[in-house]
Design a protein. Structure first.
Length: 303
């Protein structure tokens, strides 16, 4: 299995789609870091004092119940002060400066396009090989079909997770100058580090799950476009229709569970499921898709 994994690993990295995607992502990260640096600016002492006074005023109003937040409706693990602290730190009360403490929230947002990228790369990996006839050729010297399927799938899934972590780390590094020279580096404590690492790891897991779905559908359809069309059509159109027509089914849909797992917040309001339960459900769905794709890969004619 080791030599086969090595072959698939080199084959995956040598693909033009992979290289172009990585270069495009790195270029986008560099541009984002530059724009953030140019746009961000530290407020004057007077503006900072005014912003602190505004935040304190809103915080006091929130604690006193003037913003419509009922303490009795809060989760048992949160106090009214903690919730109001999140309110006053929202974008509506922020200064035009980049705070490095907001990096976990940035990672949550960028995990979505990285999820889609993982899906596309995994689908194109197996779809292009079916289209070029490489799979049939490979099975002439490695007739154990399940080994071939698992080797390709494992490479696509692991590299999706690794690539997500690397790109997120590059993004964080690109944003450091904006925070250090024109923004804020306050609030970088142990809690911030735990939150950032948690988002980073959950994003990697989501990317791996997306790669498993993309690979499975493309393997069954033997076509990259089919995987992308079916996957994105399901996520963007079908799930929205189901959520509107059958709200009670939302806890079993992909998008709500991805939102809960990726954000690390089980109190989003639209499904009653913990972060761990959402992650396990997504893994179960991905595993089911892989089992079906593997069974068809082993049993069907490859010509």
């Amino acid at each position: 299995m080791g030599p086969l994994l090595g072959v698939e690993f080199r084959r995956y990295l040598a693909r033009r789609t992979m290289r172009v995607s990585i270069l495009g992502a790195v270029a986008a990260i560099a541009v984002a870091g530059l724009i953030t640096f140019v746009v961000s600016q530290r407020p004057t002492p007077e503006a900072a004092a005014e912003a602190r006074a505004e935040r304190q005023e809103v915080f006091d109003a929130c604690v006193q119940g003037e913003l419509g937040i009922d303490p009795e409706d809060l989760p048992p693990d949160q106090t009214i002060e903690e919730v109001c602290g999140q309110v006053v730190s929202g974008p509506g009360l922020s200064q035009p400066q980049f705070a490095l403490s907001s990096l976990p929230a940035v990672f949550v947002g960028t995990s979505v396009p990285l999820l889609l990228l993982a899906w596309v790369l995994a689908a194109s990996f197996i779809g292009a090989e079916w289209h070029a006839g490489t799979v049939a050729t490979q099975l002439t010297w490695e007739p154990r079909r399940l080994r071939v399927f698992l080797a390709k799938a494992l490479v696509a899934i692991v590299l999706a997770a690794v690539l997500t972590v690397v790109l997120q780390a590059l993004l964080g590094a690109a944003l450091v100058p904006a925070a250090a020279f024109r923004g804020s580096t306050e609030g970088l404590d142990e809690a911030w580090l735990r939150e950032g690492l948690g988002v980073l790891l959950r994003g990697a897991v989501i990317a791996a799950i997306a790669a498993a779905f993309g690979y499975s559908i493309a393997s069954v359809a033997r076509n990259t476009a089919a995987s992308m069309g079916l996957g994105f059509g399901y996520l963007i159109i079908f799930e929205q229709l189901v959520a509107g027509l059958r709200p009670g089914w939302q806890p079993w849909l992909l998008v709500p569970n991805i939102a809960v797992f990726l954000s690390g917040d089980s109190n989003l309001g639209f499904i009653d499921r913990s972060v761990g339960e959402a992650g396990l459900l997504l893994c179960a769905y991905a595993a089911g898709a892989m089992v079906i794709a593997a069974a068809l890969f082993v049993s069907r004619d490859v010509t």
